[in-house]
Design a protein around this ligand. Structure first.
Ligand SMILES: [Zn+2]
Length: 444
């Protein structure tokens, strides 16, 4: 095996822990993780990053790229550049907000064709489960989508309607029948309809309109359905910590359910959101500081598996100061790692935990067995981080298309100094290489 690259650091995060190491790369694959002072084979290039930490490239399984169709909101070119600059080497695109949505094989092909030449990192696709497309799920699975997203309450776009409980059962039964995965936006529409709806700029009113009960009830119903149908399900963007005990209990009894949360729920709080600041609007919403503490406990005890961005941008004109009508979605693709690292270190976690939540667990969720760890046989995808360095978020330095972010002006720990995809440096202190990402399909 010809080694073409040796990436050396005093701090390499491997499944066995953090240690000085030299990572030998051959043809884009990790050939071996060697001692720090290992001899560099003839013909191999040495890249010594000193004391910067080498992490496995992050895997972000929750990104709304919106391309084609709402490309003015985002696009594969800009989204994958932002991801690369932020240390992410694989993203999975959500099936909605693009036109067409990824709800048939034909639509999947349209999206793949658009993404192919623009992908700076590896890109895969989730399919969508709608009330009327049960017949399309198996063909989409066979065509390589990683699973299926559904909503239990209105999605925000009319071409992607939600499932009621009976429709959910039908789709879940179909997906479980071929061993697939259903990923769920879990807010109960009846609880949302019963909540007070007030327009205006007051964040407290918006928060009251998306109560915890809506999430808790939807999750309890989902657990029941997953148990009854022996289906594999995943709770998207958990915000309500009240649902954690039910989730932990379900897992303990063997229900096949996994959970993600997002940087905004884990680093921002309702108390600090200024009125009218709809760059902080998302659904479910950012909740109170005490709720956030409980979410961190859920990460620490393993009830929450993954942290993924739910990057869901729009154009500035849709972020009106009225919380009721503004587009709901937070842009954070490039900032997830430093945002989470800043909060994690404050709470006594180390980068090994961050890697588990942001690389290893999302890779496992999607069945990406070449991603998510620095060990022989995996893709040579790395994020190199100076974890002690700080920076202040300047929206002008972000790569995503509409440079709006809830993190503007925050000082964060952790500067991504370079990002590597299959042994090639794709980002170097924010300077991006030409696109070299591949389109991924689900294994087997
Ligand atoms: Zn989303």
């Amino acid at each position: 095996m010809d080694i073409d690259l040796v990436l050396r650091s005093t701090r390499v995060i491997t499944p066995e822990g953090t240690r000085p190491a030299s990572i030998a790369v051959s043809g884009g694959t990790i050939a071996a993780v060697l001692p720090h002072d290992a001899e560099v084979p003839a013909g191999a290039r040495l890249e010594d990053v000193g004391d910067d930490v080498v992490l496995p490239g992050l895997v972000d399984t929750h990104v709304h790229v919106n391309d084609p169709g709402r490309t003015e909101w985002e696009g594969f070119w800009t989204a994958t550049r932002a991801a690369a600059a932020g240390g992410i080497t694989t993203l999975l695109d959500m099936p909605l907000n693009s036109l067409p949505p990824t709800t048939t094989v034909e639509n999947l092909r349209v999206k793949q064709d658009v993404a192919r030449a623009k992908a700076h990192i590896d890109v895969g696709f989730w399919g969508g489960a709608l009330p009327d497309n049960v017949k399309d799920l198996r063909p989409l699975h066979d065509a390589g989508v990683f699973g299926f997203k559904c909503f239990l309450s209105p999605s925000g776009v009319e071409e992607f309607p939600e499932l009621d409980q009976e429709q959910l059962a039908n789709s879940l039964a179909e997906v479980a029948g071929f061993g697939g995965l259903m990923i769920v936006h879990a807010e109960d529409p009846h609880h949302l309809a019963a909540a007070p709806q007030r327009s205006g700029g007051a964040y407290a009113d918006f928060l009251a309109s998306r109560p915890r009960d809506a999430e808790n009830t939807a999750i309890e119903n989902l657990i029941d359905q997953a148990r009854r149908l022996d289906a594999r399900v995943h709770v998207l963007h958990l915000s309500s910590s009240d649902a954690l005990p039910a989730l932990a209990a379900a897992r303990a009894e063997g229900v096949k359910i996994t959970v993600e949360s997002c940087p905004h729920f884990l680093t921002l709080t309702a108390e600090e959101i200024p009125d009218g600041a709809t760059e902080f609007k998302c659904c479910p919403p950012i909740r109170e500081a005490a709720n956030q503490d409980a979410l961190w406990q859920g990460l620490a005890d393993g009830t929450i598996d993954c942290i993924v961005s739910d990057h869901s941008p729009s154009t500035a004109d849709l972020k009106t100061p009225d919380f009721a009508s503004a587009w709901g979605g937070i842009s954070s693709l490039q900032l997830g790692l430093p945002a989470i690292w800043t909060e994690a270190r404050r709470r006594g976690h180390d980068l090994t935990d961050v890697v588990r939540w942001m690389s290893e667990a999302p890779a496992r969720l999607a069945g990406l067995d070449r991603k998510g760890a620095i060990e022989a046989g995996r893709d040579a995808d790395f994020a190199v981080l100076d974890p002690e360095a700080t920076f202040t978020v300047d929206p002008a330095e972000l790569q995503h298309r509409n440079r709006i972010t809830a993190y503007a002006g925050r000082t964060l720990h952790g500067v991504v100094t370079s990002t590597w995809l299959r042994g090639e440096r794709i980002a170097d202190r924010g300077v991006l290489a030409e696109p070299s990402g591949r389109l991924l399909e689900r294994n087997n």
